[in-house]
Write a protein that binds this ligand. Structure first.
Ligand code: ZN
Length: 179
């Protein structure tokens, strides 16, 4: 069993290696790891550093979906709770974008408390990434569309952590003012 700091540190390095070379959509195509660092840090902030497994799962939350990583591998390295959290927030990439979004909205209320927090942190990061300094019409439409979707998912995840709920609302208010 790793100490809390060792666990988070191992998770960060593992995620950095697995997502190496990947870029994210929006905000100047930053390295993908910026998104993972942001999600992990939001989780750490919202829980005042009290849940290392949740922060580790934040670093790892896209590894099963986007890289050659399995639940068993995560369970072996980081423990069953971390692996289960990542699996819970992994989407079925065989579905179309519309189907995936629909499923996220429907499944959100059924998720564990930890998975709900990862979902909210992920949505905060994704909304922030879509806020452009001088948006084109397409960027504005994309942001408005994404906010509407994110609000539906987050409405099924609220009530676990007031700090994160508020941060999401503040992010959406900021994003709306950029529309
Ligand atoms: Zn993500």
């Amino acid at each position: 069993m790793l100490s809390p700091i060792r666990l988070v540190s191992e998770a960060a390095e593992f995620a950095a290696r697995r997502h190496s070379g990947m870029q994210r959509k929006g905000r100047g195509h930053e390295p993908y790891i910026n998104h993972l660092a942001e999600v992990a840090n939001l989780l750490s902030l919202a829980t005042a550093g009290g849940d290392a497994e949740l922060v580790a799962a934040g670093w790892l939350h896209d590894t099963i979906e986007d890289t050659e990583t399995t639940h068993d591998e995560l369970a072996q390295r980081f423990g069953l709770r971390v692996a289960n959290l990542v699996t819970e927030v992994t989407e079925d990439t065989s579905l179309s974008k519309g189907e995936r979004r629909q499923k996220q909205v429907e499944d959100a209320p059924k998720k564990s408390a930890g998975a709900k927090l990862i979902k909210i942190a992920d949505k905060i990061s994704n909304v922030r990434a879509r806020i452009a300094p001088e948006p084109t019409k397409r960027q504005r439409d994309d942001l408005a569309d994404y906010i509407a979707f994110a609000e539906k998912v987050v409405s099924g995840c609220r009530g676990v952590n007031a700090v994160l709920d508020r941060m999401f609302d503040e992010t959406v208010a900021l994003a709306r003012s950029a529309l």
